[in-house]
Design a protein around this ligand. Structure first.
Ligand code: FAD
Length: 483
């Protein structure tokens, strides 16, 4: 019978030997990114450029997030369509009643938005493919700090991906408080706006934040009588007061009724002289009856079913995740970027956060110039600003270049400013001037593809001339310029 012999052990000379080092764990991916909005997209491209294995999980069938599908891009495209069809830009020449098209319909506006949305989705998808990013259509749930569960869209099964790090870029969803009968027809949110079948004659906008102001101005330009209700005493309190004064002045010129410092007690469906409508009751006892109401109060982090409880991360009451300066959560291998981490919740800043977090995750030094990122961009004359505000800058002994208020000066000068860049800003640094020149050089090269969006692109591009940034390009410019 054959004798069983134990395998020979290496000679130890009687000394205790150290345990062999555990082999590094092999993950499916270096990074799994949940969400394909600006934050997730930019993080994916940055990681791929660093030679990493990248997966992006998106629960919607269309990629691009809120920015491409319902927020930034559609709203800016609608704005361009409104400006064009309403003849707003030519009214100083042809008179206040001039329009390019009589009876503008929702379809007129949406046709242009659809075209631009499809174009943007195609660009995004192509960019991910070109950089070798694996795209999954499914709902992601975090199982542990290195594993993400994936439920494929359309009940096409499930899977689990292991990864060295996870990036949460799930953005936000509209907050729908109980008691407000949002039906998408008479009472709608910014997400439902693209599905409206006609333009209202009268509209109540609840919420004087960025989205509320933006749509209030657009509808007013189209001839809708708008009432805007805001609980604060000022609109957009985070924006330079001088700019807000100019905004309020122009809104009133467009016959927008502002109800500032008013709390909404209830919103309910009601009969109006137009048929079905909405009655908005304020705490002060006022009642506003309009054909439709846009509910534009707040959004909350889309973290409800993300499985954060599995890893012990507790989002705040608005679903936002706390992060450090590198966008790392309390678990070092898990990052969170974009709207889900809170202010300023903009496409440009989300992109930059995604890029910065990806660099940090792979130990790459990064530089950022958030000071030069556009902070907001809304309304018809193109009120936008970036950089420091006058109040803070003056107090800090760094006066901003003085610019006359839009409320003063002659109309021609105001028009000129309006079409170029009338928000005040710091004097540009040499870096931002260089970024500007590089940006304009590249933009000239990209002329043809962008002309699809008409002249609006060119005008918006100039608005950030001083910083060399165009809204949707901010992240790319910064990256390309080596910042
Ligand atoms: C009406 C409106 C106008 C705006 N205008 C501007 C503007 O002019 N300028 C500007 O800079 N910003 C603007 N914004 C804000 C801008 O759209 C956001 O800041 C930006 O989209 C945030 O990007 P994000 O990547 O963080 O999230 P999002 O764009 O919200 O993308 C998150 C993605 O994650 C996906 N997701 C969520 N949960 C899961 C899950 N569990 N599994 C898989 N996928 C998931 C979602 O489907 C979504 O596609 C506007 C927003 C709105 C609503």
């Amino acid at each position: 019978m054959a004798e069983i012999v134990a395998p020979a052990k290496p000679a130890t000379n009687g000394q205790p030997q150290p345990e062999p080092a555990p082999k590094p764990r092999r993950y499916d991916y270096d990074i799994v990114i949940i969400g394909s909005g600006p934050a997730g997209h930019r993080a994916a491209i940055q990681s791929a450029k660093l030679g990493k294995r990248v997966a992006v999980i998106e629960k919607k069938t269309l990629i691009g997030g809120v920015s491409v599908n319902t927020g930034t891009i559609p709203s800016k495209t609608l704005r361009e369509a409104v400006l064009h069809l309403s003849g707003f830009r030519q009214r100083s020449i042809y008179g206040a009643s001039y329009t390019v098209k009589e009876n503008i319909t929702m379809n007129d506006l949406l046709m242009r938005a659809d075209h631009v949305i499809r174009h943007e989705i195609e660009i995004n998808r192509h960019q991910l493919q070109r950089n070798g990013v694996q795209l999954f259509a499914g709902i992601a749930t975090i199982v542990n700090e290195h594993t993400v569960h994936l439920n494929f869209v359309g009940q096409k099964g499930e899977d689990e991906l292991t990864t060295r790090c996870i990036m949460i870029a799930v953005g936000t969803t509209v907050a729908k408080p109980p008691g407000i009968p949002i039906d998408g027809e008479t009472i709608f949110t910014s997400d439902g706006l693209l599905k409206l079948d006609h333009l209202p004659k009268t509209l109540t906008v609840v919420g004087g934040g960025v989205i509320g102001c933006e749509y209030a101005c657009m509808f007013a330009t189209l001839g809708t009588r708008v009432t805007l209700v805001e609980a604060g005493e000022r609109l957009l309190d985070f924006v330079d007061h001088e700019i807000v004064d100019a905004l309020v002045y122009h809104m009133r010129q467009q016959r927008v009724t502002l109800r500032l410092g008013e709390n909404v007690r209830s919103i309910e469906k009601a009969k109006t002289r137009f048929g079905a409508g909405v009655k908005t009751r304020l705490d002060s006892g006022k009642e506003i009856v309009t054909e439709m109401a846009l509910y534009a109060i707040g959004r909350q982090g889309a973290t409800a079913s993300l499985g954060l409880e599995n890893i012990g991360i507790a989002p705040d009451h608005r679903g936002r995740i706390a992060v450090n300066e590198h966008y790392q959560t309390e678990i070092p291998s898990i990052y969170a970027v974009g709207d889900v981490v809170g202010f300023p919740s903009l496409a440009s800043t989300s992109m930059e956060q995604g890029r910065m977090a990806a660099c940090h995750a792979f130990g790459i030094e990064h530089q950022s110039i958030p000071r030069a990122l556009p902070l907001w961009h809304l309304r018809h004359p193109g009120d936008q600003h970036g950089g420091r505000q006058r109040r803070g800058a003056d107090a800090g002994g760094h006066p901003l270049r003085d610019r006359q208020s839009l409320l003063q000066g002659d109309r021609a000068r105001a028009d000129h400013r309006r079409h170029h860049r009338h928000a005040q800003a710091d004097l540009p640094s040499r870096e931002s001037q260089a970024a500007g020149r590089a940006y304009h050089r590249r933009r000239r090269e990209r002329t043809d593809s962008h002309r699809a969006d008409g002249d609006g692109f060119w005008r918006r591009g100039r608005l950030f001339h001083q910083y060399g940034l165009q809204l949707s390009d901010a992240g790319r410019v910064l990256q390309d310029s080596g910042f």
